[in-house]
Structures are given as structure tokens and as C-alpha cells.
Design a binder for this molecule. Structure first.
Ligand SMILES: [Zn+2]
Length: 218
């Protein structure tokens, strides 16, 4: 029984000007992952995708659309009021409705740009059960849930498939020992090294096709 690993990358920056290179970093990581045989998942703010489209970065969009996976990192990122902040005065049903009104257009947008959007990824501490429920109604998973259950870091909550931060591979000693991954800093993305391990199967977030099965080491 192989261990399934998800390679997951944050993209974040939708503010810096084009010459800061943040779009190029995403492209570099996406290409490096593909060349290493990895199908990665990129969590992306709706604002970042609007920025990529507005800047004409079809190269970045095409690389993710063809080879990887996308998760919405909240449609409006940290722009206030955030979806989470709107929950402070909401109950259950109106909270779910607010979350849907805020994030469903983001799901549709990422689907239109990348061809798929498999999840919503927590941004900072933006989290509320109503948002998870909205994901369930949209058929999306929730990544980096703040809910902890004793049995597993992967569980169903509000009828949505949730992954909490205990699945973070940076904390996984098997991954750390078997699959060296020099995670990049913003300025060193071009030097990222990804080496698949024969004992691990690497895939995108939710069962999307494996690009290439890792070969046993010679
Ligand atoms: Zn983030």
C-alpha cells in the first residue's frame, strides 16, 4: 500500500508589481514539479488569478491548467472584510449563504481559468464552520482546517472532506527523510529541488491523474 503524498504550494502575492517576479516564481515551481514527475496543487487567491489574467501570464495559467491542480485561497484573500470576519455577526444559515456568495464566484472563476478547482485553502486564520459547509455544498474539500479530531488529520466535517495541518508534509518525518525537498524562499525558487521517492506515490490533491510514477532508485 503506497503512501499518498500531495505536493502543495502557496502562491499568495497578488500585490507586488510584475518585475518583482512573484508570477515567475509560481511558473518556476510548477515547471520544476512537472519535470520531477510531480502533479502539484497550487492554492491561489482569486485576486492572484485576476492579476495573472490581467498581466497576460498565460504561461503560468497554462502550466497549472495542463499539469497541476488549483485550490481557491479565498477569492479576495486578505481584503477586509474577509469572509471569516463577516461570520462574526452571522448565524449558521446566513453565514453559509455569505460564504457561498463570497467564494462560489471564486470557485467558478478558477474553474474557468484552470479547468478545475478542487478545494478551498485556509488563509491565515480565516476559518469558520459555515465556510466549510459552503465548501460541502460546492463539492469542494477544505484544506488546512483548524478542526482537530483524534482519529485522523483527514476527516469529514460539515459534510466536506477536510485536511488539517497535521497532514503538512513538512511535519512528516517519512517525507522529510525519504523525499528531500528544499522548500524555496521567494528569492530562491529557481533552485528548488524535488526528488520523488520509490516508496511514495505523488499526486495532485484529489485523485487527479499521476503525471509519472516515480521510478525506483538505481
Ligand atoms: Zn497562503
Amino acid at each position: 500500500m503506497p503512501t499518498f503524498l500531495v505536493t502543495y504550494w502557496d502562491t499568495e502575492d497578488y500585490i507586488s508589481p510584475p518585475d518583482a517576479g512573484s508570477d515567475d516564481i509560481v511558473l518556476t515551481v510548477a515547471r520544476a514539479a512537472r519535470e520531477a514527475g510531480l502533479a502539484a496543487c497550487f492554492c491561489i487567491h482569486g485576486e492572484k488569478v485576476r492579476s495573472l489574467v490581467g498581466r497576460g501570464r498565460s504561461d503560468v495559467i497554462r502550466e497549472i491548467a495542463r499539469h497541476h491542480d488549483a485550490s481557491l485561497h479565498y477569492s479576495h484573500g486578505s481584503i477586509h472584510p474577509t469572509t471569516c470576519e463577516l461570520m462574526t455577526t452571522a448565524g449558521w444559515e446566513d453565514g453559509v449563504a455569505i460564504a457561498l456568495s463570497r467564494e462560489a464566484p471564486g470557485f467558478r472563476f478558477l474553474e474557468s481559468v484552470f479547468g478545475r478547482c478542487t478545494a478551498l485553502t485556509r488563509h491565515g486564520t480565516s476559518f469558520a464552520a459555515q465556510i466549510v459547509r459552503a465548501c460541502a455544498l460546492e463539492g469542494k474539500a477544505f484544506w488546512d482546517s483548524l478542526v482537530q479530531v483524534p482519529e485522523s488529520p483527514v476527516y469529514w466535517f460539515c459534510d466536506a472532506l477536510c485536511f488539517n495541518s497535521a497532514v503538512n508534509y513538512a511535519l512528516d518525518t517519512a517525507y522529510r527523510d525519504d523525499v528531500p525537498a528544499r522548500c524555496c524562499t521567494a528569492r530562491r525558487a529557481a533552485r528548488v529541488v524535488l526528488r520523488p521517492s520509490p516508496s511514495h506515490r505523488l499526486q495532485r490533491l484529489l485523485g487527479c491523474a499521476l503525471l509519472r510514477r516515480p521510478q525506483p532508485a538505481a
